[in-house]
Write a protein that binds this ligand. Structure first.
Ligand SMILES: Cc1cc2nc3c(=O)[nH]c(=O)nc-3n(C[C@H](O)[C@H](O)[C@H](O)COP(=O)(O)OP(=O)(O)OC[C@H]3O[C@@H](n4cnc5c(N)ncnc54)[C@H](O)[C@@H]3O)c2cc1C
Length: 503
């Protein structure tokens, strides 16, 4: 006799931040929940594990921050200067950064739900702390936070997902590793009825009326990268998990879901030239090199090709990483002098770094195998173009160059104090921007804009939020907001469905 098929109210696909938020939220709403994760357990947590655990959310001032970090000491409070980050600021950032293309309903949901979701995450056991190391500069005795970001999870990405896994275990949520979702099962009238999984013993099916897809973008799929992002993208290094190959997007498209958003674009950063092809769970995000606003960036010919100081790092890094791929040999070099070395982020001091140090620019160029004349000329012209003014890395200081192209619009200091240090980087892809269309409560829509009954989505596989560029730390926040919403909606739908089928 055939064994009865397993049945869950809600099945969540993936075990990153978005998936775990969906699972916890569905459980909170009373649903029985199964999480299926394609990766083995030692790779659990997806890209979310690799993050610094920093999230973008709105706050009205220090009291909101204190509610997230109740154990802030008096000393910490005295040492910081906190400016609010309003809904309008967040929305303006989303509009400006995405060339006004972000979907207004999705963006406003993300923004309005950001602070309540931070509180919800705290209630689920995530511990928050101030992001001194990444988002603050010491100015006149006070830490000043910049770029709208102030809080990160204790323990970074591993700490964030670790807390969510712990809570999932406490809430009795089963997580099945090495279990790849392969197909969505539908009734004749187009409702979700189940899911096909490939586990260690082969394919099997599970009955469910509600599925939350949270299985990431297609950044780890070289063929899709080439197909959608374009020439040479198959050569980019992948910053995080090798398991985000667009499976959830494909399964949903196969049953009529609507493709949405900026399919030919992605988030990518300057990433160590010699980093491995996929993420390394020990090094995590530290192959990134984010302090370029403090120096200059050149290609192998020694030529600058972008405005290092166009804006705060959070608003340029995701786009600038992509530009490196178009440079000869897909390489770039960040050049600093001794004046700014103490300001470089921690990631510049790891053992696994491709760098050179020299007492002259010629010697530095030789060590980095950059065209010597090119670099010497670039540095000479750059230094001559630097305008006077006060350098302040915590604000857009307007200290700029004049008469060179591209300009450096802020934080332009001459590169004239040895030792000179250079770091070799290439393009590291973080996640893709194109994906599925969801409603503001997480329902996946079909090509006629109707919800596919029982199908929900969250996280990287959602299209329509980010175009061209991305305001740093919105990814985890979007995953948490839409994960929480879609989990709750999926549980509600499953309950209704159950009541209906029992009548
Ligand atoms: C190095 C790095 C640093 C980052 N830093 C930050 C940061 O500080 N702040 C921020 O906001 N964002 C950051 N990001 C972006 C952030 O990681 C993503 O926006 C977010 O984590 C995506 O969450 P997710 O849950 O959608 O996907 P993921 O966390 O990637 O989870 C997707 C999961 O789905 C699984 N999966 C895939 N296919 C299947 C299938 N067929 N069946 C079952 N499971 C499947 C995968 O194995 C994976 O575990 C960073 C990303 C990287 C790579």
């Amino acid at each position: 006799m055939e064994e009865p098929r397993e049945k869950f109210d809600v099945v969540v696909v993936g075990s990153g931040n978005a998936a775990l938020c969906a699972a916890l939220s569905a459980r909170e709403a009373g649903a029985s929940v199964l999480v299926v994760e394609k990766a083995p357990e030692e790779w659990r947590g997806g890209n979310s594990f690799f993050t610094g655990g920093i999230l973008r959310f709105t706050f009205r001032g220090i009291d909101d921050i204190k509610s997230l970090i109740p154990d802030l000491s008096e000393e910490e409070l005295r040492s910081i200067e906190v400016e609010p980050y309003s809904e309008d600021q967040f929305y303006n950032d989303m509009l400006r950064i995405t060339e006004y293309l972000t979907d207004a309903d999705l963006a406003l949901t993300l923004i309005r739900q950001s602070f309540p979701t931070m509180q919800w995450l705290r209630d689920k056991g995530v511990r928050w702390t101030l992001a001194f190391g990444r988002q603050a500069f010491l100015v006149k005795g006070k830490f000043r936070f910049w770029g709208g970001l102030i809080v990160e999870a204790v323990g970074g990405g591993p700490g964030l997902v670790g807390a969510l896994f712990e809570r999932a275990a406490k809430d009795g949520i089963e997580i099945r590793y090495g279990s790849k979702a392969t197909r969505l099962l539908l009734s004749r009238d187009g409702r979700i009825t189940g899911i096909e999984i490939r586990g260690a013993q082969g394919f099997y099916e599970i009955d469910t009326s509600a599925i939350v897809l949270a299985s990431g973008g297609f950044e780890a799929n070289a063929e899709w990268r080439c197909r959608y992002l374009g020439k040479d993208w198959e050569l980019a290094k992948v910053r995080g998990t090798p398991y985000n190959t667009g499976d959830g997007i494909k399964m949903a498209l196969d049953i009529g879901a609507q493709p949405f958003g900026h399919w030919s674009s992605c988030h990518a950063v300057a990433w160590d030239l010699n980093a491995p092809p996929f993420g390394d769970r020990k090094v995590g995000e530290l192959f990134q090199k984010h302090s370029y606003p403090l120096g200059i960036v050149v290609n192998i010919k020694g030529e600058r090709f972008l405005d290092e100081g166009a804006d705060f790092r959070n608003y340029t890094y995701a786009e600038y990483g992509r530009r490196i791929l178009t440079q000869p040999q897909r390489a770039a070099f960040q050049i600093f002098d001794s004046k700014v070395l103490p300001l470089l982020r921690d990631e510049y001091r790891i053992r696994e770094v491709t760098k050179a140090e020299a007492s002259t620019i010629e010697e530095l160029a030789m060590k980095l195998e950059i065209d010597v004349e090119g670099l010497v000329r670039t540095v000479r012209e750059f230094n001559a173009a630097v305008e006077p003014g006060e350098f302040n890395p915590a604000i857009l200081d307007g200290k700029r160059t004049k008469g060179i192209s591209p300009p450096k619009t802020n934080w332009a200091l001459p590169i004239d104090a040895p030792p000179f240090v250079g770091f070799a980087v290439t393009t590291g892809i973080t996640f893709t921007f194109g994906g599925l269309r969801i409603s503001s409560s997480g329902e996946i829509l079909d090509t006629e804009n109707r919800p596919i009954p029982g199908l929900y989505g969250a996280g990287e596989l959602v299209g329509g939020l980010f175009y061209f560029n991305y305001p740093g730390a919105s990814g985890l926040m979007a995953g948490a907001v839409f994960g929480r919403l879609s989990g709750r909606e999926a549980a509600g739908y499953a309950t209704l469905h159950l009541e209906h089928s029992e009548k």
